[in-house]
Design a protein around this ligand. Structure first.
Ligand code: ADP
Length: 168
C-alpha cells in the first residue's frame, strides 16, 4: 500500500547519510513570483531529478539583500540590484543532486538574457539583465554560504521513491 511504501522510503532515508554530491541554493527573484513563473521554474529542477531540500516564500529585508550580493558592493548596479531583490516576495529554494551547481547554472542560462541559450530559464523567459528571474549559486562554496544565510533553520532530508530510476 501507499503507506507501506512511504515507511520503506523513510526508513531507508534514516539509514542514508550524504546521498548526493553538491548542494545549490537557488531562488526565484521577485519577477519570477510576480510573473507567475514559480511553478514553471520549480518544475524544471524537479523533473530533472534534483532533490528539493528547502523552499519558502519570503519578503527580503535590505540587510539580507545586501549580504547576499555583498560581492557586488561598490559596483554601479549594486543599489538597484538590492532594491530589485527586496522589491517583492521571492521563493528561496535549496536543490541537491550530482553537480547541481554546474547543471543548475546551465539550466538558468547566462546572466544577460540576450546571451542565454534558448531552452534555459533566462533564455526562454527573460529580456534584461536587471530582470533575469532567478539566482543560482556560482560554486559549491558559495552555495554553502548562501544556504546558511537563507536557511538558518536547516533543510529537509527525504528520499524519493523514484530514486533508483534516476540515480544509478
Ligand atoms: P549571475 O546572477 O548570473 O550569477 P552575477 O553574479 O554576475 O550573475 O550578477 C548578479 C546579478 O546582478 C545578476 O543576475 C543581475 O541581476 C545583476 N547584474 C549583473 N550585472 C549587471 C549589470 N551590468 N547591470 C545590471 N544588473 C546586473
Amino acid at each position: 500500500t501507499a503507506i507501506e511504501v512511504l515507511e520503506v522510503v523513510q526508513s531507508e532515508n534514516l539509514d542514508t547519510t550524504v546521498l548526493l554530491l553538491d548542494l545549490e541554493k537557488a531562488y526565484d527573484k521577485p519577477d519570477g513570483v510576480q510573473r507567475g513563473l514559480i511553478a514553471e521554474i520549480i518544475s524544471r529542477f524537479e523533473k530533472k531529478g534534483f532533490y528539493l531540500r528547502g523552499m519558502k516564500l519570503m519578503d527580503v529585508k535590505k540587510a539580507l539583500g545586501e549580504q547576499h550580493y555583498a560581492e557586488h558592493e561598490g559596483k554601479p548596479f549594486f543599489p538597484g540590484l538590492v532594491k530589485y531583490i527586496c522589491s517583492g516576495p521571492v521563493v528561496a529554494m535549496v536543490w541537491e543532486g550530482p553537480n547541481v551547481v554546474a547543471s543548475g547554472r546551465q539550466m538558468i542560462g547566462a546572466t544577460k538574457p540576450h546571451e542565454s541559450a534558448a531552452g534555459t530559464i533566462r533564455g526562454d523567459y527573460a529580456l534584461t539583465v536587471g530582470r533575469n528571474l532567478i539566482h543560482g549559486s556560482d560554486a559549491v562554496e558559495s552555495a554553502k554560504k548562501e544556504i546558511a544565510l537563507w536557511f538558518p533553520e536547516g533543510l529537509s532530508q527525504w528520499k524519493s521513491c523514484q530514486h533508483p530510476w534516476i540515480y544509478e
